[in-house]
Design a protein around this ligand. Structure first.
Ligand code: PLP
Length: 380
């Protein structure tokens, strides 16, 4: 029936690009159970350990008892809950935005806002390594797309001159590289050319800035549109989009992924609200995470591992190149009790397969020592 796909199957296999999934059970202390075996988990984006925080669980249980789990409807019908409104208000207040929209996932948020704000006649300028949800949103809008070399503000400037864009798009921390974008330079380019600036702060929120408030506090600036998915440091799921009132109301008129989908559960909104409170009040989590990242960077250098970036972010990628070799190393690590993602094309460009290591505040230095030594052994 799916003849074309069947034909591709063998190629995908041979190139080491075949995808599988495994059933996981998350355990305390950054461990995960798979098929009755326990592993140190280096694949989780729960950077601050909030996905099983007792205070957050309590807030969610209390909401569950009052409101039930399901929102029962689109947010444009009866699904826009009190908890969701409260979450939007709180984010707007803390980050200084006029208005917001909460989506059931970051993917839905990004495809929705881009396909709403861009038209067939628009030009979108984005970083070459932007997340699939941003690229898919641009594709859905059918606008022209121009991509500048990763984090290269000079190339961005050239493209801005030759193809004045209607929207500029980038991320604060790149999801597969773990490097921080040169936002000061990029936002000044946007300001001087009056180009609206959309930033995805998925991996910056909770991690960047003094209070973990992400890009806005780290760079002391506000992009025109900010997306914050909740599935990373907030330990939840869903996402918020923040912007001026006019922009949000425009999105509301056109956004199909918002309108034609059941609204986020009030329980998740209550959880995200409590996560925000924990981020602001339990600063030791971010402090510990930063120390672990610094330790990892230093230790990996000593062991001569080729890191994609030295920035202080929890995503630490080790460049391998070949997909089959990357898979073999991930398998070796699994045999050693370490769970690490082998990231391969099309998630990353050809010949840039890598081990993507996510550090979380529940890791110990000894976990990092064991990981780095094991990778070194696997490479020898
Ligand atoms: C940069 C970035 N944006 C958006 C998303 C999508 O968010 P979600 O997982 O909530 O769909 C992700 C990750 O999954 C991401 O890394």
């Amino acid at each position: 029936m799916f003849k074309k796909l069947e034909k591709h199957k063998q190629k995908i296999w041979q190139r080491g690009l075949w995808r599988t999934r495994c059933v996981t059970q998350s355990l305390p202390d950054a461990k995960v159970q798979i098929n009755n075996e326990k592993y140190i988990n280096f694949c989780s984006s729960d950077y601050l350990g909030l996905s099983n925080h007792p205070k957050i669980i309590k807030a969610m249980q209390s909401c569950l008892q009052n409101a039930g789990f399901g929102s029962s409807s689109s947010p444009l019908l009866s699904g826009y809950s009190v908890e969701c409104k409260e979450l939007e208000k709180t984010f707007c207040h803390i980050l200084g935005f006029e208005d917001a929209l909460v989506f059931p996932s970051g993917y839905q948020a990004n495809i929705g806002i881009l396909s709403s704000l861009l038209t067939r006649d628009s030009i979108a300028l984005c970083d070459r390594l932007c997340h699939a949800s941003l690229l898919d949103g641009i594709l859905l809008s059918r606008s022209k797309i121009k991509r500048f070399r990763h984090n290269d503000s000079r190339h961005a400037q050239e493209l801005m001159k030759s193809h004045p864009p209607d929207l500029f798009i980038t991320e604060s921390v790149f999801s597969m590289e773990g490097d921080i974008a040169p936002i000061d330079e990029l936002s000044s380019l946007c300001r001087s050319s009056h180009t609206p600036f959309l930033m995805d702060d998925a991996h910056g929120f909770g991690v960047l800035g003094e209070n973990g408030l992400g890009a806005v506090s780290y760079w002391k600036l506000k992009p025109d549109i900010l997306t914050i998915p909740f599935g990373k440091a907030l330990g939840m799921s869903g996402a918020i989009v923040l912007a001026k009132k006019d922009t949000i109301s425009l999105i509301l008129q056109h956004c199909r992924s918002y309108r034609y989908s059941t609204a986020i559960s009030p329980v998740i909104c209550a959880g995200a609200l409590e996560s925000l409170d924990v981020i602001l009040n339990e600063k030791w989590r971010l402090e510990k995470l930063k120390k672990l990242i610094e330790y990892f960077n230093q230790y990996a250098l000593e062991y001569d591992l080729h890191m994609v970036s030295q920035d202080i972010t929890p995503i630490r990628s080790i460049h391998i190149g070949d997909s089959i070799k990357t898979l073999a190393i991930a398998k070796y690590l699994k045999n050693m009790g370490i769970y690490v993602a082998a990231i391969r094309p099309p998630t990353v460009p050809k010949n840039t397969s890598r081990l993507r290591i996510s550090l979380v505040c529940a890791h110990q230095k000894s976990d990092i020592q064991y990981l780095v030594k094991s990778i070194r052994d696997a490479l020898q």
